[in-house]
Design a protein around this ligand. Structure first.
Ligand code: HXC
Length: 262
């Protein structure tokens, strides 16, 4: 898009793939309001760019993000936090994004950093990834979904232990507990693995990918019966798409599908 950012590096290194690197190295990618606003803007641009089918978000080797910016928050009052809906800008990050987002985590993903990583549809980790919700050490609690998403991901007892002690979760544990889909042997492999997965997804119909994401996300909020009904409605609806005809005809004719995203 040609936009330049102060706290992000934005590119498209593979066909159909949007790539965002948090780039505030001196503060270990602490998620200040200006950074979050830039991230919203970059994600919105990829969301509206028809050539982009999937997005990868990563940080540096040392830190995905070490949390919300503590120095920015420390003098915040209740009335300012409540009155201005502090952190409301963060919910945007997930609600408008219909395209698959992969978060590739190396180094620290703490507090808001862990919460941002968990907003990814797929999470990947490098060998030295460290996840944690250390807010209790600061006299507060997670504020961008950590208490909810971490609990859904790893179960109540493990989430309680993490959130109440402020202790970190290693990459190995995150892999074993299913917080992340894969743990890679090096930071580079983690990012390249995320880019390869994004490229694969971007090679499918954007309509189908969007519907897959929507259906899986429903499972987080609905009971199994309503969830399965929802899935079937969306499945039925896809028979109205061109890409369903293209995909199934290509299979029957032993050809490669040439998607239209329609
Ligand atoms: C502001 C931060 C920061 C943060 C690190 N820095 N984390 N600044 N907000 N969250 C800054 C440091 O102040 C320091 O700046 C520089 O980054 C390097 O950090 P060091 O502490 O010197 O590095 P190191 O000794 O390697 O320790 C790394 C660390 C530690 C373990 C990650 O930085 C740390 O504990 N950070 C805070 C983690 C945390 O509590 N996160 C949760 C925040 S609360 P200077 O200027 O000194 O060089 C939160 C609430 C979310 O996220 C609510 C909803 C969004």
């Amino acid at each position: 898009s040609g936009k330049t950012y102060e706290h992000l590096l934005v590119s498209s290194p593979k066909p159909g793939v949007g790539f965002i690197q948090l780039n505030r190295p001196k503060a270990l990618n602490a998620l200040s309001t200006p950074l979050i606003l830039e991230l919203n803007s970059a994600l919105r641009d990829f969301q509206s760019d028809k050539s982009i089918g999937a997005i990868v978000l990563t940080g540096s080797e040392r830190a995905f993000a070490a949390g919300a910016d503590i120095k920015e928050m420390k003098d915040l009052t209740f009335s300012a936090a409540y009155g201005n809906d502090f952190i409301e800008t963060w919910s945007d990050l997930v609600t408008f994004l219909k395209k698959p987002l992969i978060t590739a985590v190396n180094g620290y993903a703490l507090g808001g950093g862990c919460e941002l990583a968990m907003m990814g549809d797929i999470m990947y980790a490098g060998p030295k990834a460290m996840f944690g919700q250390p807010e209790i050490k600061l006299g507060v609690i997670p504020g961008a979904g950590g208490s909810q998403r971490l609990t859904k991901a790893i179960g109540k007892s493990r989430a309680m232990e993490c959130i109440l002690t402020g202790d970190n979760i290693t990459a190995k544990q995150a892999g074993e507990w299913g917080l992340v889909a894969k743990v890679f042997d090096s930071p580079e492999e983690c990012v390249n693995g995320a880019l390869a997965t994004a490229e694969k997804i971007a090679g499918y119909s954007q309509i189908a990918a969007k519907a897959c994401k929507e259906a899986v996300n429903k499972s987080q909020d609905l009971g199994i019966r309503e969830g399965v009904e929802y899935e079937r409605r969306v499945f039925h609806g896809l028979f109205g798409s061109k890409d369903q005809k293209i995909g199934m005809t290509a299979f029957a004719e032993k050809k490669k599908a040439d998607w239209t995203n329609e």
